[in-house]
Ligand binder design. Structure first.
Ligand code: NAD
Length: 484
């Protein structure tokens, strides 16, 4: 194996345990690169105990001192970007530029955490003569983050810097498909000066997640993954009286108007559907083509055909994912849709065992087809045709998801019309991947997010803290007032 077996990280050290392991694959060539332990309730207990010991010291450290760790951590992410990006490529399959972008985004998330002392100070007001009310933010305690396979470095960093800078101690449960980046994150946090016990990593799968949801020592959980598991985690952890923010899957619709700029629309749509092999929760999944947009579709087809698998687009995560995605394409074809660019059966020379699928465009999809409804999570774009923008909005609105939506047009009026009516938490105009950048928060609607707040930016501050409301009176002359 290229990498030593993965270990849990507790109290500032990697710990070996007598645990069952599963193999970790490199999706580009199907080779086994490591193995990851499937942790039990005992491992979760040990991690929580260690975090509980660290919590009093860390939570009482002034926030201006806590964020010093994240200035250094950001610099370390940048210093080691080549190595960190290579690790992401190795375990997830992303091409180098995508993996680097992921690490740079993690650095930006750390940069935001450094600004928390400026953004999240307390408030104080003299509410009546001699009487002050103040609000201060306190961390919620020991928290957990459960993350998916598609961003092994960035998605953990959606939660880590803000939750820790705000004074919490965290247990990370990374995806068992991509467990390697988490170990380097732990090492870099330690090198940046994070005290032992403030951050732990517990690897595993279902049993580990269930133990986290059930543990009475964990106050809050952030989850990112599929809607199916987001529901399981949200229900189980809230039933155990935890605060939960669970981000789920997506089916993002891009509405394309005939007046859209051909080059901007076609290149953005293809980048959105094919980037990270379509394995982004913000990826374009359905293009709703309004009226006569064939000139744009023709250009999209040219862009899609110019993408070389293995060079411009990486593999999907597993053999099972490749087979599932190819089944969706075949089923759509059988149902009467037209596959105009076909990425099935792609073989990359020298990487014959990799899980590659080329960009795939399927035209004349109808809204009742499964390809128009389910999250496919691969480089596949379904084109649904409508006559009017309101019909297009109706198609978008019917999706149970609600992560992102975009409109491509030169008309400000049409853009505003769609922005108002799209049933999604993140909406773009002439943008294929409308990810809000810091300081703006990331989070969808409907079945793409369960819980209140957002996972990054300002929206996360409420989630990772609880406010204490204090009323003080020191001068006797203040007398009694209507409340006292
Ligand atoms: P997943 O739901 O299979 O796994 C997510 C996490 O849940 C992993 O840590 C996994 O170990 C754990 N898990 C899996 N099965 C479980 C079970 N039965 N019980 C308890 N825990 C379980 O998701 P994935 O395949 O790793 O990631 C892809 C999904 O994540 C897609 O649906 C994608 O849209 C979504 N995603 C959403 C966002 C967002 O911001 N909304 C961001 C990234 C990914």
């Amino acid at each position: 194996m290229k990498y030593p077996e993965v270990r849990n990280y507790r109290d500032g050290s990697f710990v070996a345990g007598d645990l069952p392991f599963i193999d970790v694959y490199n999706p580009s060539d199907g080779s086994i690169i490591s193995r990851v332990p499937m942790s039990t309730r005992d491992d979760v207990d040990a991690a929580v105990s260690s975090a509980e010991r660290a919590f009093p010291g860390w939570s009482r450290t002034p926030i201006k001192e806590r964020v010093q760790v994240f200035y250094k951590y950001k610099a370390l992410l940048e210093k080691h970007i080549d190595e960190l990006a290579a690790l992401v490529s190795e375990e997830n399959g992303k091409v180098a530029s995508e993996a680097r972008a992921e690490v740079l985004k993690a650095a930006e998330l750390s940069e935001y955490a450094c600004s928390l002392p400026q953004i999240a100070p307390g408030e104080v007001l003299e509410v009546s003569r001699g009487v002050e009310c103040r609000i201060e933010r306190y961390p919620v305690g020991v928290v957990a983050a459960i993350t998916p396979f598609n961003f092994p470095n960035m998605v953990p960093n959606w939660s880590i810097p803000n939750a820790l800078a705000l004074g919490n101690c965290m247990i990370l449960k990374p995806s068992e498909l991509v467990p390697l980046s988490a170990g380097r994150i732990a090492e870099l946090l330690r090198e940046a000066g994070l005290p032992d016990g403030v951050f732990q990593v517990v690897h595993g799968g279902r049993e580990t997640v269930e133990a986290l949801c059930d543990h009475s020592g964990i106050a809050a959980i952030s989850f990112v993954g599929s809607t199916q598991i987001a529901k399981v985690v949200y229900r189980r952890a809230t039933a155990n009286l935890k605060r939960v923010l669970a981000l789920g899957g997506a089916k993002n619709h891009l509405i394309v108007m005939p007046d859209a700029d051909v080059e901007m629309a076609s290149s953005n749509i293809i980048a959105s559907m094919s980037g990270c092999a379509g394995q982004r929760c913000m990826a374009a999944s359905v293009m709703v083509a309004v009226s006569k947009v064939d000139h744009i579709i023709e250009r999209m087809i040219a862009h899609a055909r110019s993408i070389v698998p293995g060079r411009d687009i990486g593999p999907v995560i597993s053999r099972a994912a490749k087979e599932r995605i190819e089944r969706y394409i075949t089923e759509a074809e059988d149902a009467g849709a037209t596959v105009v660019v076909d990425g099935r059966g792609v073989v990359v020379p020298g990487k014959e065992n990799g899980y590659f699928i080329g960009p795939t465009i399927i035209d004349h999809v109808t809204p009742d087809m499964r390809i128009a409804q389910d999250e496919v999570f691969g480089p596949v774009l379904a084109i649904v045709r409508t006559k009017t923008v309101d019909e297009a909005i109706a198609v978008e609105n019917r999706s149970p998801y609600g992560n992102a939506a975009s409109v491509f047009t030169e008309s400000g009026g049409v853009a505003r019309h769609v922005m108002d009516r799209a049933n999604a938490g993140m909406v773009g105009v002439n943008v294929g991947v409308p990810v809000p950048r810091e300081p703006f928060s990331f989070g969808g609607w409907n079945e793409s997010k369960f819980g209140v707040g957002d996972i990054t930016g300002r929206g996360s501050i409420e989630f990772w803290t609880q406010s204490k409301k204090m009323t003080t009176k020191w001068n006797r002359e203040a007398g009694t007032n209507w409340m006292s």
